[in-house]
Design a binder for this molecule. Structure first.
Ligand SMILES: [Zn+2]
Length: 504
């Protein structure tokens, strides 16, 4: 069975990772975990874009050689994503020989299959080093790049190799319209369709006189334009052009930010079509994390460090906040006030309190062994089925905010059930049979929640799972979420999952 192959955009090695990058990584990780949860084999790839001009500028500014700088950056980014519990299976760096080989092979495949698609010409235009691309009129506001208003655009004139992108407009348009190549969400698809309908210009894909980058095949004095090179990482990491690369390719999902849809939804499919390589199934373009209404970006001075955000309430809570509050479709504001409010409301007073109450009652009233309860027909079981169905539909639609909301909904149903059934009153009245009937469904609900929470908060979900006397991990335990059975399990007193910070 071909693994579900999911990628994130690769990061520039020009500074520290910030929460703007983190949304994409934890969102993609939650999706990778969602597919693993249901027993699918998954291949999840992240990596670094190391051939950009601005990488070299950053290395120089730091007084390091490019190689030293790149190694340090690669380690820092990878370690940061691991701290946020990202479960990537491989880490591709575009300075690696396997990538250089893939880039060379793809360009040669285009040349062999469609020789007219590569031609030499002269280009003159305004270049944004932030984007590493020439900007067209519609991408410039007040003489500045819309994505990088603090940088100067550089007038540039070069003799380069061009890729005949214009020729691939109709096939790309047809692939998107037919759904063979999906661009989601719809707002991004419509933007991409408008660009395609307006017509495409050919793009320059080599650069002269740059001291850094991949040599352009057949043009020794030129390097491959960094975007053309970077996109190919998704393919080179599969082992392309070696036989067997199609055991992984085509990608099922490229997760990217909304600012780079032109490359991923127009240039990339055109490159693949020209080379005779199948198209990926889907590109998902998420919105931006904002800070006081501005895009979080190091170059714009509006970044929030991941260390400070993790220090606030821990990595699981940060993942939860980004996906529950900001979500994976539109822009959303990051603020520590909102982070604190989500932490207190959803986690400390919500899920954490529920786990503490239920396990304490089983400990106190039932000697720490989960009672059987009735057959799963209690209102809480039915509510669990409903929330699980909503959760499933949302996760399949890459609506991570909706998936998280379904978890919160079930937590609130369970807390309401405790209030309505008042187990402590049943215990006091010595009504063991009815108490059994209440604690059983509550324990089932917790077990189900631990599985549902695992793509969002892997460590806390594991702690819940273990507290319910379960072995191994909730990963792959989708059947347990559908039909939770925890009767007879011995409760292990859980840690305080979401402690209240001393300051709040
Ligand atoms: Zn720019």
């Amino acid at each position: 069975m071909k693994p579900y192959y999911i990628t994130t955009a690769i990061d520039y090695s020009n500074g520290d990772p910030h929460v703007g990058h983190a949304l994409e990584k934890v969102g993609a990780d939650a999706l990778a975990r969602w597919h693993r949860l249901r027993g699918e084999p998954v291949r999840f790839i992240m990596g670094m874009d190391e051939n950009a001009q601005k990488v070299i500028q950053a290395a120089e500014a730091a007084g390091r050689t490019p190689a030293e700088w790149l190694d340090a950056m690669s380690e820092r980014f990878d370690a940061t994503w691991r701290r946020l519990e990202c479960s990537h299976d491989d880490w591709i760096r575009t300075t690696e020989p396997r990538h250089v080989r893939g880039v060379t092979a793809l360009i040669e495949a285009i040349r062999a299959r469609n020789p007219d698609d590569l031609y030499v010409g002269e280009y003159e235009g305004l270049y944004c080093v932030g984007c590493e691309e020439f900007k067209s009129e519609s991408q410039i506001r007040d003489g500045r790049c819309i994505e990088h208003p603090s940088r100067d655009l550089i007038p540039t004139r070069e003799r380069n190799t061009f890729f005949r992108l214009s020729r691939w407009r109709d096939p790309v348009l047809a692939a998107i319209r037919s759904g063979a190549f999906r661009v989601e969400p719809a707002i991004r698809r419509n933007e991409v369709l408008r660009v395609l309908e307006d017509g495409l210009q050919d793009i320059s894909i080599s650069r002269g006189r740059l001291p850094w980058g991949i040599p352009f095949p057949g043009a020794a004095d030129q390097t491959v334009y960094v975007w053309f090179d970077a996109l190919i990482n998704y393919l080179s990491v599969t082992g392309y052009p070696d036989a067997g690369y199609d055991g992984l390719w085509p990608a099922d999902l490229h997760v990217i930010g909304k600012g780079i849809t032109r490359f991923h939804c127009i240039v990339w499919p055109a490159m693949l079509l020209a080379a005779g390589v199948p198209l990926p199934h889907m590109v998902w373009a998420h919105g931006y994390v904002q800070w006081g209404g501005a895009k979080v970006s190091k170059s714009e001075g509006t970044s929030v460090s991941i260390d400070s955000a993790i220090a606030r309430h821990g990595p699981d809570a940060l993942r939860w906040f980004l996906l529950r509050e900001i979500g994976f479709e539109n822009d959303g504001d990051f603020s520590f006030e909102r982070f604190d409010a989500r932490y207190d409301g959803d986690l400390a007073n919500g899920l954490g309190n529920l786990v503490a109450r239920v396990t304490a009652m089983i400990e106190k009233y039932w000697n720490g062994v989960v009672p059987a309860g009735p057959a799963p027909a209690e209102p809480l079981d039915a509510a669990g089925d409903r929330c699980l169905a909503e959760y499933t539909a949302a996760m399949d639609a890459i609506d991570l905010k909706g998936g998280a909301a379904a978890i919160s909904q079930l937590v609130s149903e369970a807390n309401g059930y405790i209030v309505a059934t008042a187990p402590w009153a049943l215990a006091k009245a010595g009504e063991d049979a009815r108490l059994d009937f209440v604690l059983g469904p509550l324990a089932r609900c917790l077990l189900r929640l631990s599985v549902m929470a695992s793509p969002f908060m892997p460590a806390k979900a594991q702690a819940m799972w273990t507290a319910l006397g379960q072995e191994r991990s909730p990963e792959g335990a989708w059947r347990v979420a559908q039909q939770p059975d925890v009767a007879g399990a011995r409760i292990a007193k859980p840690e305080n999952l979401f402690p209240k910070p001393a300051t709040s």
